[in-house]
Ligand binder design. Structure first.
Ligand SMILES: Cc1cc2nc3c(=O)[nH]c(=O)nc-3n(C[C@H](O)[C@H](O)[C@H](O)COP(=O)(O)OP(=O)(O)OC[C@H]3O[C@@H](n4cnc5c(N)ncnc54)[C@H](O)[C@@H]3O)c2cc1C
Length: 307
């Protein structure tokens, strides 16, 4: 396999590009670090995990230790500054990191402990208190913890407005009923962000996000999917049957209940998480391209000589 090193984006002298794709020094250093991590730590473990259809708990714990349980990249809430006081760059971290780590192995990256898609869902819309309780305090670097996002249903994939999972208020609680499918790390998740409607029939306007913590009565794990690819990544069905959660687990708090806020939390969750997912696809594509290019360089001349 090739080294996967990319030349930096080229600037044409005398021309001021409308969009500058060059990474700054900080981001370039991060990219190099993650590239080395992907090459040295993810790839060597990927084949065994793929064949086994799972990643050993010891390997997960080790990946968590090495990645600092990804708590370090949970972005600060509605802040204009990054964690170290520099410019806010969490979106870039997700994109640059997603591409480099998926270049290593896409299933392995999904086994690195951390908030996963629950992270951007809470940090983009949650209250400061929710950010603290559901992200900072749980993903505290003290051991492998996972987060997951549960949006998709059997009849609601691309068409999210068609979801049927309901959240009904009962005093100081919400009661969730419905079945979610294809949840990455759903079975092992310590923190789940679940999309449900508080007003069936209202379409997207009735949809809100809710946090469900592991072990909540009424939450059960259904089928774990057997997939053609990404076999080492857990993809779970989750069943909510009279699952009661505290009222303040609605992401965004009381504000989320205002009619105008409608579908915004879900869209923000997508806005914050999908670029990273798309970057993973680019990383997978890059790795496939390099593999074929390397293969062609060695194999095509060999076959040509035989003729
Ligand atoms: C490995 C994996 C991990 C996942 N992880 C998660 C997760 O963590 N949480 C979660 O909530 N979901 C997750 N998903 C679900 C994923 O978000 C859905 O698969 C996705 O939204 C598409 O939904 P669908 O599979 O029902 O396909 P469909 O929506 O049925 O689409 C099938 C095909 O039809 C096309 N199509 C759909 N609508 C239209 C249209 N109007 N016009 C033209 N073409 C259309 C689509 O492009 C696609 O090619 C995961 C899926 C996979 C495969």
């Amino acid at each position: 396999m090739g080294g996967g090193r990319r030349p930096p984006a080229r600037r044409i002298p005398g021309r001021d590009p409308m969009i500058n794709f060059a990474l700054d020094d900080r981001m370039e250093a991060l990219r190099e670090f993650l590239h080395a991590f992907a090459a040295d730590e993810l790839r060597p473990r990927a084949r065994a995990a793929d064949l086994a259809g799972t990643v050993e708990p010891e390997v997960i714990a080790r990946l968590g230790e090495m990645a600092g349980d990804r708590a370090a990249i949970v972005p600060p809430l509605r802040s204009d500054e990054g964690l170290d006081g520099g410019p806010r760059s969490d979106g870039m971290v997700a994109v640059v990191g997603g591409e480099e780590l998926a270049w290593g192995d896409a299933a392995m990256i999904l086994n690195i402990p951390g908030p996963g898609l629950a992270g951007p869902s809470i940090s983009s819309t949650g209250t400061p208190d929710q950010h603290r309780r559901f992200l900072s305090e749980i993903f505290d670097g003290q051991g492998p913890r996972f987060g997951a996002l549960a949006v998709t249903e059997a009849q609601a994939g691309s068409d999210v407005s068609n979801l049927r999972t309901t959240a009904v208020r009962d005093g100081d609680e919400w009661v969730l009923n419905g079945t979610k499918v294809f949840c990455t790390n759903g079975a092992r998740a310590d923190v789940l962000v679940v999309n449900a409607t508080v007003e069936p029939g209202a379409g997207r306007a009735g949809q809100k996000l809710f946090v469900v913590l592991k072990g909540t009565p009424g939450l059960a794990v259904g089928r774990i999917e057997h997939k053609l690819g990404l076999t080492a990544s857990e993809t779970a069905e989750l069943v909510f049957d009279g699952c009661r959660i505290p009222f303040d687990h609605i992401v965004g708090g009381e504000e989320a209940l205002r009619p105008a806020s409608g579908f915004k939390a879900t869209l923000r969750a997508f806005d914050a998480s999908r670029p990273g997912v798309a970057a993973m696809a680019i990383g997978i594509g890059r790795a496939a391209f390099e593999y074929v290019a390397d293969w062609s360089r060695t194999e095509i001349p060999r076959h040509s000589r035989r003729r």
